[in-house]
Design a protein around this ligand. Structure first.
Ligand code: FMN
Length: 197
């Protein structure tokens, strides 16, 4: 009788543990997303002199809402100059197709989904972001472009990302006015919800 009781008790304890272990084994581990972005603090259009760049604010919202990691593309070059001057520098870079260097690196292999964000500079992302595209293979991933701007929306960002990564799954993208990011967080939240994140 004691032996039977022992057998039943053991089964009652061991069986649920074995089943839950099996469940964990069969579950795909939740892979984190990554937010890669460039953002320029300092004097900017419509917002004056800002301590934190507009796109950085959106990148932080995405990370807070989704638990994503982030990599900030920081140019080696110093863009700390008045807006009127930066406009000229950026136009010159775009015209010449320059690929300015950036600091550091990130291992993109663990990430299935990568948000890619930046300000619109002359209709698309700043050139330093194209340096990142050249140096990082995101070919098999889901890419989600986003941009902050002052009238151009996404500009040619989505087609430029598709051009850089023809084999990636590139989603439609999201844009928000730079001067709205501090007061309209809900727009970002709603967009993320629409993506199921
Ligand atoms: C060099 C430069 C070029 C810009 N070109 C555009 C543009 O073509 N279209 C637009 O809508 N906004 C343009 N803007 C405005 C920025 O896209 C906008 O202020 C953005 O929110 C800045 O983001 P950040 O603070 O993350 O750098 C430009 C700003 C700068 C500094």
């Amino acid at each position: 009788m004691k032996r039977k009781m022992f057998f039943v008790l053991t089964l009652a304890i061991v069986l649920p543990l074995a089943l839950s272990a099996q469940k964990v084994k069969n579950q795909k581990p939740r892979v984190k997303s990554l937010v890669v972005f460039f953002s320029h603090a300092g004097e900017n259009y419509a917002v004056g002199n800002i301590a934190v760049g507009n796109t950085k604010i959106v990148a932080d919202y995405i990370c807070e809402a989704t638990g994503a990691d982030q990599f900030e593309i920081v140019a080696e070059k110093n863009y700390d100059m008045p807006y009127a001057e930066l406009i000229k520098v950026a136009k010159d870079e775009a015209t010449r197709g320059e690929l300015p260097a950036y600091r550091g690196s990130v291992d993109v292999t663990p990430y299935d989904t990568i948000f890619i964000g930046g300000p619109i500079w002359w209709g698309t992302f700043p050139r330093v972001m194209f340096t990142f595209f050249k140096q990082n293979n995101l070919g098999q991933k889901t890419l989600i472009p986003f941009a902050t701007h002052e009238g151009s929306g996404l500009g040619s960002v989505v087609s430029d990302v598709k051009k850089a990564y023809p084999k990636a799954r590139v989603l439609n993208g999201f844009s928000i006015y730079g001067h709205e990011v501090r007061t309209e967080r809900e727009k970002v939240t709603r967009w993320l919800r629409s993506l199921g994140r």
